[in-house]
Ligand binder design. Structure first.
Ligand SMILES: [Zn+2]
Ligand SMILES: [Zn+2]
Length: 336
């Protein structure tokens, strides 16, 4: 009888399991990219791994975020494309944490010098795990959130996502750029959905491939959060794509001197309905007019005591509300 009472008391005192939120860490890999998603199911998805070299800098920063999130393995590692700032860190990371599934677009479209070497190093690691090749229209089978692949290997989804497909008035003024035959144009892009919350991550997708998703009809629909494409360099992030996405918040994966181009920053800033741009770094070339207020910047200067690889953390709830936090200052803001 005593034991029974004790056990009832025990269960009554156990708090409900941790709130079922989606947590996202935009990790500072100095102008490369690495984003950790932790599903309410507990499964993890890491999108890109930053650079190789730098004494394990990027792998260590990813590991710190994983530790903060209580993640002990990467269930899905998505490599958007085979550039060094996205795939370079894989061997160093794999030495520190188990990786179950390697997800990529298959063929390497850019066999030039350094790119060939980082790709070969990646394949050697990938060969030891499970390999999934995805194309537009596929889903990445992480439990608890929906991850729709909307572009891969240069081909976007043929039909709009459910609820999307509205005509896009910005298409009338579209101007293509010179064709890109390399890996950026072949990036994996995805829309992550959790209840009413939607986030888009298009890797380093090139301007002309954005057009295929955004024009003449917006195939992706609107999102709450836009993880900036190609570090907000000027050959991605067209107004046709960004304004159609109608994000409330952008998280910019720029380095001090990489990405965060004035023109791309301004396009995001001018996006209808945009509330804030959170930045991984102060963009040193831009001046105050093209940087966000300091509270929204995770790392203020390169190679200084202000740059310790602070991340930007996003917590998204099923009702579509979300919170963004700067790990440098612990400043956070709620969006409803
Ligand atoms: Zn990149
Ligand atoms: Zn790239």
């Amino acid at each position: 009888m005593k034991i029974r009472f004790a056990s009832i008391l025990f269960f009554a005192c156990v708090p409900l399991l941790a709130a079922a939120d989606l947590t996202v860490y935009a990790i500072d890999v100095e102008g490369g990219k690495s984003t950790l998603f932790v599903s309410p199911s507990g499964e993890s998805m890491l999108v890109d791994t930053g650079y190789d070299g730098f004494k394990n800098r990027d792998a260590d920063r990813i590991l710190a975020a994983a530790k903060a999130a209580g993640v002990k393995q990467i269930d899905y590692l998505v490599i958007t494309h085979y550039h060094q700032d996205h795939v370079g860190g894989v061997p160093q990371l794999a030495a520190k944490i188990p990786i179950r599934n390697f997800v990529d677009h298959g063929q390497n479209f850019e066999q030039v010098k350094d790119n060939g070497a980082v790709y070969d190093a990646y394949v050697a690691v990938r060969d030891k795990g499970n390999h999934l090749v995805v194309k537009a229209g596929d889903r990445i089978p992480i439990r608890g959130i929906q991850v729709d692949v909307v572009t891969a290997s240069g081909k976007g989804i043929a039909k709009p996502l459910p609820g999307a497909g509205q005509p896009n008035p910005a298409c009338a003024t579209y101007q293509p750029l010179a064709v890109d035959t390399g890996e950026n144009a072949h990036s994996i892009g995805m829309v992550v959905t959790y209840g009413s919350f939607r986030l888009v991550d298009l890797g380093d997708l090139y301007w002309n491939q954005e057009y295929d998703l955004a024009c003449p009809n917006n195939k992706l629909g609107v999102v709450d959060v836009y993880l900036t494409t190609h570090h907000a360099k000027k050959t991605s992030g067209s107004p046709q794509m960004v304004w159609a996405l109608h994000p409330k918040v952008a998280i910019m994966n720029n380095g001090p001197t990489t990405g965060g181009a004035v023109q791309a920053w301004q396009t995001i800033h001018d996006s209808p309905g945009l509330l804030d741009i959170w930045q991984l770094h102060f963009a040193t070339a831009n001046g105050p007019d093209h940087n966000s207020p300091e509270a929204l910047i995770a790392n203020r200067a390169p190679e200084s005591d202000n740059c310790w690889g602070n991340w930007i953390q996003l917590t998204a709830r099923k009702d579509g509300s979300f919170t963004v936090e700067n790990s440098r200052t612990r400043f956070s803001k709620d969006y409803r």
